[in-house]
Design a protein. Structure first.
Length: 114
């Protein structure tokens, strides 16, 4: 059984930074990609950033230049460094792992407010 556990969310002022982490456990294919998605109240879940098993990355236009996704293969951990945060970044952030099927974490709340 695959489990994804996110951490690092919280309340931050506009312009601040947060670092999210997602730790994967269980058995799954080594050829997997991971990503961060977010869902704001009343909105659909949207892609934030992804990283493939080959470490290619992709970002939503709204976060390019501010967010950085990375992964540690040995630790089965993925990170999202979020800088220059804006109120519109407020959402529940979900970790995703694609290994034949999609696995999701429980989500971590990020609130950007003064």
């Amino acid at each position: 059984q695959v489990q994804l556990v996110e951490s690092g969310g919280g309340l931050v002022q506009p312009g601040g930074s947060l670092r999210l982490s997602c730790v994967a456990s269980g058995s799954f294919s080594s050829l997997y990609s991971m990503g961060w998605y977010r869902q704001a109240p009343g909105k659909q879940r949207e892609l934030v950033a992804t990283v493939t098993y080959g470490t290619s990355t992709r970002y939503a236009d709204s976060v390019k230049g501010r967010f950085t996704i990375s992964r540690d293969f040995a630790k089965k951990t993925m990170y999202l460094q979020m800088n220059s945060l804006k109120p519109e970044d407020t959402a529940v952030y979900y970790c995703n792992l694609k290994a034949g099927i999609d696995y999701w974490g429980q989500g971590t709340q990020v609130t950007v407010s003064s």
